[in-house]
Design a protein around this ligand. Sequence first.
Ligand code: DX5
Ligand code: ZN
Length: 211
Amino acid sequence: MQKVLIAPSILSANFSKLGQEIKDVEKAGADWIHVDVMDGHFVPNITIGPVVVKSIRPVTKLLMDVHLMIKNPERYIESFAKAGSDIITFHIEAEEDPKEIVKLIRYFKKKVGVSIRPKTDMKSVEPILAMVDMVLVMTVEPGFGGQEFIFDCLDKIELLRKIFKKDIEVDGGINETTAPEVIRKGANVIVAGTSIFGSKDYASVIKKLRG
Ligand code: DX5
Ligand code: ZN
């Protein structure tokens, strides 16, 4: 069993005091900081870009886990890498040539993740599994925090764990009820926005999510 890592998604943090929120989750036991980048094209919502990654980078020692929900991710890898991302995850649905984008992320010496939407077949990532460090399995349709967990995605996690020994991250609708389910299926990195930042006691939620 791999150690379970907790990655609070700052999408649900209070942006008027983002630096403090990050310090607070670090103190509360978080392992990574999950940063949701949305462009209004790949997903209907718009969030933040490299400028914000750069400004929060000095605030924490935690690994900066950048989830790109954007079209043409290859255009932005350099800026996110230089802003201080540690792991850069792109969506398989957004990329016609996934091997090239993996190479580009490696060129900047960053860890590589590939993400799949709930309705995307696992087969679409199989050709690049050997090249990536992490697969991010979406358990809601990407775009917004605070959505209901899609239980159909559990089978996908189980299937993936049989053939992939590195990090499996899950993202969307994770709380104290759904976390044990995804961990049992083989996920080892848990993203949580609403359940952490929506609570009064970050440390207690993080502890419960870890199981
Ligand atoms: C959704 C994002 C998630 C989101 C998770 O598109 O990728 O990271 O912030 O939020 P919760 O935990 O609230 O479902
Ligand atoms: Zn995310």
